[in-house]
Write a protein that binds this ligand. Structure first.
Ligand code: FES
Length: 255
């Protein structure tokens, strides 16, 4: 179905001010959605070489609007960021599975860069945000999602962890946190680029942590038809990320 664009705005205090955007769309006529699910969108009137729709995690929604968080990485996403209020996009979703949510379990969210997108909705949906901590790892401090806006309007009472400033510090921090959550049988949820996910998986395996990763494989159809998003499960079987994921337990997927 088609929905109208309500707003497109740059976000973050980035050194690349035109890299990250929030796009608000008219809320589609969905019964609901779950954090971790995604949508495919395609602006009307795309050139033939941009004909494929693009997948985006659902960032947040209210009864009137649906918010997506977009990083400009190529011509397709660039075109999307030039949409104006009133333009129409074709949207299909909500697609895929969702993150585990256990209200009484200490839960750590690990976001790498644009991987912050599904966690805004996660915290908004969580019945006990006091049990949720969020750690964001960025290439540069304050580069990605507006830190202050996130802590004020998204996290509520959810704790925002301080970020170490260097890569080794980030890896050490993640190792210690994953170990700590494994010891208390907590839940670790993560989303970000593949190297980030591999780091989470490695430490989750090392400490026997219950952890999920949300994969960002390239997707063309979002519904299991094109095989563009295939990966392997823990038994080496090929699986489509769009229909079996995008969220996987770390011991059930090969990265
Ligand atoms: Fe087409 Fe997954 S995106 S099969």
């Amino acid at each position: 179905r088609n929905v109208k664009v309500l707003e497109v705005s740059p976000v973050g205090q980035s050194k690349r001010p035109d890299e990250f955007f929030e796009i608000r769309l008219e809320y589609p006529d969905w019964d609901g959605w779950k954090p971790g699910q995604f949508v495919m969108i395609r602006p009307s009137g795309w050139d033939l070489d941009l004909i494929w729709a693009r997948p985006f995690s659902i960032c947040s929604a209210d009864e009137n609007s649906l918010t997506l968080f977009i990083q400009k990485v190529g011509r397709g996403t660039e075109r999307i960021t030039t949409l104006k209020p009133g333009d129409e996009v074709a949207i299909w979703g909500p697609l895929g599975n969702s993150f585990a949510m256990e209200p009484d379990t200490p839960t750590l969210l690990l976001a790498g860069g644009i991987g912050i997108a599904p966690f805004r909705g996660y915290v908004e949906h969580h019945p006990a945000p006091d049990n949720v901590s969020l750690f964001m790892a960025h290439r540069l401090p304050l580069e990605c999602y507006p830190y202050n806006q996130l802590s004020k309007t998204v996290c509520g009472s959810c704790m925002l962890e301080e970020q170490p400033q260097d890569l080794q510090g980030i890896i050490e921090f993640m190792r210690e946190e994953i170990k700590r959550y494994a010891e208390k049988n907590g839940l670790i949820l993560s989303c970000g680029p593949t190297p980030f996910m591999k780091t989470v998986q490695k430490f989750a395996n090392e400490f026997g942590a219950r952890a999920q990763v949300s994969l960002e494989n390239r997707m063309a159809c979002g519904v299991g038809a094109c095989l563009g998003c295939v990966t392997k499960d823990g038994d080496d079987h090929h699986i489509q990320v769009c229909t079996r994921g995008p969220v996987f337990w770390t011991d059930k997927v090969k990265l």
